[in-house]
Write a protein that binds this ligand. Structure first.
Ligand SMILES: Nc1ncnc2c1ncn2[C@@H]1O[C@H](COP(=O)(O)OP(=O)(O)OP(=O)(O)O)[C@@H](O)[C@H]1O
Ligand SMILES: [Mg+2]
Length: 285
C-alpha cells in the first residue's frame, strides 16, 4: 500500500507486518528517504525557457542516520529539501519517504527547520509551537511540557509569552528549531539551521543536536555550507556541485561518537574535503 502526497513524493505507508515482511525479504532497506535520479527545473528569469537546477540526484538516507548535503550557494540545496518535504514539485526521477521500521501504519513525522525562521509574528512563541503540535495531532495535554522542554533545549526558557518580533534573528531561528523538535520527528530536515547563530551558540546547538541524536535517533538530513560542521555531525556527507547541481562525492564517516570538533580525524577529513570541494566547484565555475 502506498500513498501519493503533495507533488509526487511517494509516502510509503504500510502496516508494520507488511513493512517487516518487506524488510526481511530485502524488498525495503531500512531507509527513511530514497531519491533516484531526481531532476528539477525552474523557469529561467526573463525568458520562456527553463533551467535545470537539480540533475540526476540519487541518494539514500538510512533510518537514524545523520546525513549532510554540502554545496555552494544557489546550487539547489533548499530546493532539494523542499522537494523531499513535498512542498515543491519535481520533473523527473523518484522521491520516496519510508515508514520507520516496525512503526504503525501512519507515515513518518517530518520536522523542517527552514533556512529562515518562518514564525507567525502575531502568535506568541508558545503558540507558534502549539500551532505545529496541533497540526501534527499531538495531544493537547503534552503541549505545555513539549514547549517548555524544547525551548529550554535551545536556551530560550521563559520566552513562551514573548512575540517573534521582540526576539533577535538568532533567537527566532532557535524558536524554529524548538518548533521542529517539539513534534518529536522521525525525520528532521534542517536547512543551514546554525548559520545565523553566533559561534558560541552554534557550537552549543551542535552538541545538543548530537545528544538528541543519541536519545531519540531521528533521521536527519542537514544542509550546510560548512564542511567542518558537516564532518563533526554526520554519518554521511553528499557533496554537490552547481549549474546544475549534481552529487560528485559521497563520504561515509566512521569517526566514533561522541566527537570533538578539535579531534585530529575531524580536522584531517575536513581539510581533505575542502580541497576536493573547491577543486570541483571552481572547475565547474
Ligand atoms: N521558486 C523558484 N522559482 C524559480 N527559481 C528558483 C525558485 N527557488 C529557487 N530558485 C532558483 O534555484 C536555484 C537554487 O536555489 P536554492 O534556494 O535551492 O539554492 P541553495 O543551494 O539553497 O542556496 P543557498 O545556499 O544560498 O541557500 C537558484 O538559482 C534559485 O534562484
Ligand atoms: Mg538554501
Amino acid at each position: 500500500m502506498s500513498a501519493q502526497y503533495a507533488h509526487n513524493v511517494q509516502r510509503i505507508d504500510m502496516a508494520p507486518a507488511v513493512a517487516d515482511k518487506a524488510m526481511r525479504q530485502g524488498v525495503m532497506a531500512s531507509s527513511a528517504i530514497t531519491i533516484d535520479n531526481l531532476t528539477k527545473r525552474f523557469p529561467a528569469p526573463g525568458s520562456g525557457d527553463e533551467f535545470v537546477v537539480l540533475k540526476d540526484i540519487s541518494l539514500t538516507v538510512d533510518d537514524g542516520k545523520f546525513v549532510s548535503i554540502v554545496g555552494p550557494s544557489g546550487c539547489g540545496k533548499s530546493t532539494l529539501l523542499n522537494v523531499i518535504a513535498g512542498i515543491e514539485s519535481y520533473d523527473g526521477g523518484a522521491v520516496a519517504i519510508h515508514p520507520k521500521a516496525g512503526s504503525a501504519g501512519s507515515g513518518p513525522r517530518i520536522g523542517y527547520v527552514f533556512q529562515s525562521p518562518r514564525l507567525l509574528n502575531w502568535l506568541t512563541v508558545e503558540n507558534n509551537i502549539n500551532f505545529v503540535l496541533e497540526a501534527h495531532k499531538v495531544p493537547r495535554s503534552r503541549w505545555r511540557d513539549l514547549v517548555a522542554k524544547n525551548l529550554a533545549m535551545v536556551g530560550l526558557a521563559g520566552q513562551e509569552r514573548n512575540y517573534p518580533l521582540n526576539l533577535s534573528g538568532g533567537m527566532q531561528q532557535r524558536v524554529a528549531i524548538a518548533r521542529a523538535l517539539a513534534i518529536e520527528p522521525d525525520i528532521l530536515l534542517m536547512d543551514e539551521p546554525f548559520s545565523h547563530l553566533d559561534a558560541i551558540t552554534a557550537r552549543k546547538m551542535r552538541f545538543d543536536l548530537m545528544e538528541i541524536l543519541e536519545r531519540a535517533k531521528p533521521t536527519i538530513l542537514f544542509v550546510t555550507h560548512d564542511l567542518s560542521e558537516a564532518v563533526f555531525l554526520s554519518d554521511h556527507i553528499y557533496m554537490m556541485s552547481t549549474k546544475p547541481a549534481q552529487i560528485f562525492k559521497h563520504v561515509a564517516i566512521d569517526i566514533p561518537r561522541p566527537r570533538k570538533p578539535e579531534d585530529a580525524r575531524v580536522f584531517d577529513l575536513e581539510k581533505e574535503l575542502v580541497r576536493e570541494f573547491f577543486s570541483v566547484v571552481e572547475a565547474k565555475g
